[in-house]
Design a protein around this ligand. Structure first.
Ligand SMILES: Cc1ncc(COP(=O)(O)OP(=O)(O)O)c(N)n1
Ligand SMILES: Cc1ncsc1CCOP(=O)(O)O
Ligand SMILES: [Mg+2]
Length: 209
């Protein structure tokens, strides 16, 4: 399976009161991966929301990824995204099986990505590339690092952090396969604009590979 396209990531604050309508609008425009990212510890709500997203993703044939929580991913039979402090990849792979999509945060370090590849990651994520209101303190990565990573890694490369329609093109030109976006997608004023943005992100990835 080729992992290339828009990687939409939910944000519980930004999507308050419009969670499912905005997510469905994005799916309508085309989403390769959807990540459920909720940093709260309300486990019951997290399970409920993840189940709803799972249903929606099944309808749109989009793969769901759970941020941070391999146990919840296993419960739903979906993928997981793990940061450097979210637990090791090898047991997550054993828990979720060989077909699950498992992503790893690598900040700006190609060595972390090479290690993640050895441990069975399905894609590696670098960033933040731009200022991010969602995660302002994330370590900064550069286009030069991305180009280097492209030459050294066989895995799909995901880029994250302040990605918008106005700044995504150089990321694609330097080797990104997946554009991971929160505000640049869900910060729209209407569902119609979310769908338009999703289509436009996908168009950026269509013609180069
Ligand atoms: C696609 C993608 N890339 C990076 C991250 C960041 O993961 P992490 O460093 O664990 O930070 P949190 O998102 O958990 O705050 C991500 N979630 N998704
Ligand atoms: C989770 C995460 N990791 C690095 S930046 C970031 C936030 C991405 O959100 P936005 O697209 O709004 O900058
Ligand atoms: Mg994490």
């Amino acid at each position: 399976m080729k992992l290339r396209g828009l990687y939409a990531i939910t944000d519980s604050q930004l999507l308050a009161g419009k969670f499912l309508t905005y997510v469905e609008a994005a799916l309508d425009g085309g989403v390769t991966l959807l990540q459920y990212r909720d940093k709260s510890s309300d486990e019951a709500r997290r399970l409920r929301e993840a189940e709803k997203l799972h249903e929606l993703c099944s309808r749109y044939k989009t793969r769901l990824i759970i941020n941070d929580d391999a146990e919840l991913a296993a419960r739903l039979g979906v993928g997981v995204h793990l940061g450097q402090t979210d637990g090791p990849l090898t047991p997550a792979r054993a828990l979720l099986g060989s077909k699950a999509i498992i992503g790893a945060t690598c900040h700006d370090q190609i060595e972390l990505a090479e290690q993640a590849a050895r441990e069975g990651a399905s894609y590696v994520a670098f960033g933040r590339f731009f200022n991010s209101t969602t995660k302002p303190g994330a370590p900064a990565a550069t286009l030069e690092m991305l180009a280097q990573a492209r030459t050294r890694l066989q895995l799909p490369i995901c880029v994250i952090g302040g990605v918008t329609l106005d700044n995504a093109e150089p990321l694609v030109a330097h080797g990104a396969d997946l554009l991971a976006v929160v505000h640049g997608l869900f910060g729209a004023d209407s569902t119609q604009d979310v769908t338009r943005r999703a289509r436009a992100f996908n168009d950026l990835l269509k013609y180069s590979a």
